[in-house]
Every structure is written in C-alpha cells, then in structure tokens.
Design a protein around this ligand. Structure first.
Ligand code: NDP
Ligand code: 2IT
Length: 447
C-alpha cells in the first residue's frame, strides 16, 4: 500500500515540483483514497486519481488596466478547469497578491471533492489573480474586474463554468464581473454566483459558508452528545466566512473570543456579541478597515500583532482565514488548552502536521472540503433558482443548506470510520467525494 502511494506521489511531484500547496492537497487525498482504490477492484488500474490531478484545462491570461493615477498596471489572471465529470466547472475567484498556479490548482483540486460531497451536479474549478484589492478605490476595482472579465468571458458560461467569490472577491467584485460578462455576451444568465439580491443572487449565499461550517461542527458535536451552548470559540479571519461563522455561533449560544486578519488577532475576553459583530461587519465590509481598529470602539479587547489566535484557550476552533494558518505547534497548544473540535471554514487552513496532532488526540476535526462546502452548495442553489427564474425564501434556502451539511456529515460517517470507531472526517470526505466523481469518469470513458 505504502509503495502504491509513494509511486503515485513521486510521479505527481515530478510533474508539479514547484507547486507546494498543490502537492500538499494531493498528498492528503492520495493517502486516504489510494488504500480505498486498492481494496475496490472496480476502481483499480484505471488511473482515475492520476487523471484527477491533471487539470482538464488551465488558462492564464494578461490583465492590463489603468489605475487612478493614469498608470498602466499588468496582472496575471487564471482559471483552472479541473474536472467536469459530474457537472460544469464551479468554484470561486481569488484576488490576492499571493495567487499563483500552485494555489489555484490546490483550490481547484479540493473543489472537485467538495462539490461532489454537496450532492449537487457541479464539477470543480478555481481562478483568480495576483491583483491586490487592498487600498484600491471602487473605480480601480471596477476597471480591474472589467479587464479581467474581458478575457475570462471566452472560457465560462452558465453550462460550462460558473465562477463565484473567494478571498478578495465579494458581491462588489461579482457585480462588476457580471456587468462585463452580460455586456459582452448580450445575455442575462446565472454565469456567476454570489450575485446581489436584485440581480439574480440567492438569499443566504452571503451567510452560507460560515453558517454551513457551524452546522457541520454542530453535527460533529452531536455525535458526542454535545453542542455550541456555553462553548468558548476561537475564530480566525474577519472576512465573509469568519463573520457569518461568528454570527451562527452566537445564535447557537457559543461565545466568540477572537477574530483576525493578516496583521494579527483581536481577543475580547467578554465575548464578541451581536452588537460588536455588527461593528466588525461595518468596519470590514463598508469601511474596508483593519481588525485592529476594533479596539478604538472596544478598548477592553487586546490586539495581538503578527500572531494567529490559536493560543487563546477554547473548546472549539474555527479557522476561517487562509491556507496553512494553523500549524503543528498551534495544534498542540489547542489540544493542551482543552480544544475538542476544529472545523475548517477556510480551504486547507491546517497543515498536514497539525491534522496529525488532531487525529492523534482523537478530537473532532473537519477538513474544509466537507465543513466549508455550504458556500458552494448554496451557489448551486443559486444556479437552480436562476435556471427556474425563481427565488426561494431565506428559510427555504437555509433549510436546504442545513440538509446538505447534514448529508455531507453522514457521508463522512459512512466512509470515515476507523476500526476503533473514531471518525476520520478527512478520510470520509476524500473517499465519499472521490467515489461519485470516479463513477462518472468511468461511465464517460477515457476523455
Ligand atoms: P475574505 O476576503 O472575505 O476574507 C479573508 C480573511 O482572511 C480576511 O480577514 C483576511 O485578512 C484573512 N487572510 C487572507 N489572507 C491571509 C493571510 N495570508 N494570512 C492571514 N490572514 C489572511 O475571504 P473569505 O472569508 O471568503 O475566505 C476565507 C477562507 O474561506 C479562504 O480560505 C477561502 O478559500 C475559504 N472559503 C470561502 C468561501 C466563500 O464562499 N467565500 C467558500 C469556502 C471556502 P486581510 O484582510 O488582512 O487579508
Ligand atoms: O472555496 C469555495 O468553495 C468557494 N470559494 C465558493 C465557490 C462557489 O462557487 O461558491
């Protein structure tokens, strides 16, 4: 078994030697899925995983635009169309200076499994740019988004590839992207999700990733007869996912102690309640400020510069910022402090070593591809509403989201149980995600 995994990973490493994030994501999947393939003849010998690690298409393009000073800027745009076996490519766009092919390939690869887990017919893709939205004016954001879409529009479509938001891409950016796509194609379709409510968006989509993550964690806690009530919860990030994860934790009776951004974290011992969270939402989404500014209104809180919040004592941790933000030493501190549950809102926030620490301690640990799937699942629901030319109520969408998260949890239980009864959600999510895509690929032949 070990030699099968090693041989596979060596080949993938040879072909992608300069892509550490992509290799990290593939390694985690290979270690859990290859043993399953070896035990199941129908998948064996068909190089399914080898086909899955090769993007069906990787598009890279120039994005030139003019800034407010009249200077010409050049960025790099990408779309990774990873796998379309079970539906059109679907996945977000990330605008962040660190974006490169490795990061987008890891995200697109994870997306294939995540989208399969949602039970909805969506393939996997991801895209974005090394453009940095921080400090840019609304006009600069608009010009960049228009320039980006003036090339991307050739490769996407409501039945081909449906992008959405991710880091640095929210409703404002989706609006500008949608406007240009609509102009160039002369059609109003559901080609993007995360749209505004007056132009085809779905209720609950803004909340869905954060809410979904907490619904998933709630399901995990239920397996131990436990809940969020009265729990101390540490959240990282202060963007879309973190904000709505925090909101749902409060609704379920938990106490939110921290939020963060790339400059550091705030720790509010009294708890970040609804009023304080509304302040954070205004600060981040409207004023586009920094999390340290929280202290100007709530001086009793602490700002810890340049650090992540994992040193704060808690029972539940929700990493909702970015990849590899929670490392081995952080995991050890969390366990030492009595943490019983880690549920990933971000994509691959825990390193491989950190996950090993959680598994060894046998705590509840959910990988992002299961626990943050509520965002893309609700994007799928947005696509359905667009196709029906109809709009469901908040309650209808929220109930469907809850059902989907509960079904993903069930799939993890089905495929993730270890011999001693411990649920390895990483194994469960990877195998459950793989099976559906593999079956579709086998049915469609070698294409
Ligand atoms: P936002 O852009 O709204 O927020 C991102 C947050 O993460 C900000 O607080 C940002 O801080 C912080 N962050 C970004 N990069 C870093 C870094 N290198 N180090 C520390 N902090 C960082 O993005 P989202 O909330 O949408 O996304 C957060 C995570 O959730 C990502 O991993 C994304 O892939 C994942 N995700 C998002 C979904 C969605 O629907 N939006 C769905 C599923 C997963 P700063 O402002 O300082 O950069
Ligand atoms: O990582 C993700 O699942 C997302 N950024 C959301 C993708 C989507 O298509 O809604």
């Amino acid at each position: 078994m070990k030699s099968n995994i090693e041989a596979f990973l060596n080949l993938v490493k040879e072909r992608n030697s300069h892509e550490p994030e992509f290799l990290q994501a593939v390694e985690e999947v290979a270690e859990t899925v290859i043993p399953y393939i070896v035990k199941h003849d129908i998948y064996y010998g068909k190089n399914i995983l080898l086909r899955m690690v090769e993007p069906e298409r990787l598009i890279s393009f120039r994005v030139s635009w003019v800034d407010d000073k009249g200077e010409i800027q050049v960025n790099r745009g990408y779309r990774v169309q990873m796998n379309s076996a079970i539906g059109p490519y679907k996945g977000g766009l990330r605008f962040h200076p660190t974006v490169n092919a490795s990061i987008l390939k890891f995200l697109a690869f994870e997306q294939v499994f995540k989208n399969s887990l949602t039970t909805l017919p969506m393939g996997g893709g991801k895209g974005g740019s090394d453009f940095d939205p921080k400090g840019k004016s609304d006009n600069e954001i608009m010009r960049f988004c228009h320039a980006f879409m003036s090339e991307l529009f050739r490769y996407i479509g409501p039945n081909t590839d449906i992008p959405a938001g991710d880091i640095g891409v929210g409703t404002r950016e989706i609006g500008f992207l949608f406007g240009m796509y609509k102009k160039l194609n002369n059609e109003f379709t559901g080609v993007l999700t995360g749209k505004g409510m007056s132009w085809g968006g779905s209720l609950i989509r803004p909340e869905a990733t954060g809410y979904g993550n907490v619904y998933f964690a709630e399901k995990m806690l239920e397996t131990k007869g436990d809940s969020f009530k009265g729990k101390n919860v540490v959240v990282s990030g202060s963007g879309n996912v973190a904000q709505y994860a925090a909101e749902k934790v409060l609704q379920l009776g938990g106490k939110v102690l921290t939020l963060s951004d790339s400059s550091g974290y705030i720790y509010d011992e009294a708890g970040i309640d609804e009023k304080k969270l509304a302040f954070v939402m205004e600060l981040k989404n409207v004023k586009r400020g920094r999390i340290s500014e929280y202290l100007e209104s709530y001086p009793n809180a602490k700002f810890v510069k340049g650090k992540t919040p994992w040193e704060v004592k808690c029972e539940i941790a929700l990493p909702c910022a970015t990849q590899n933000e929670l490392q081995e030493d952080d995991a050890k501190v969390l366990i030492k402090n009595g943490c019983i549950c880690v549920s990933e809102g971000a994509n691959m926030p825990s390193t491989k070593e950190a996950i090993a620490v959680f598994h060894k301690a046998k705590i509840l640990f959910a990988p992002g591809k299961a626990s943050n799937a509520g965002g893309v699942a609700t994007s799928g629901l947005e696509m359905t509403q667009n196709s029906l030319r109809y709009k469901w109520t908040r309650e209808e969408v929220d109930n469907k989201l809850k059902d989907i998260m509960s079904n993903i949890h069930k799939s993890c239980l089905e495929y993730g149980k270890d011999d001693d009864g411990y649920i390895d959600y990483v194994k469960g999510a990877n195998i459950a995600g793989f099976v559906k895509v593999a079956e579709a690929m086998m049915a469609q032949g070698v294409v």
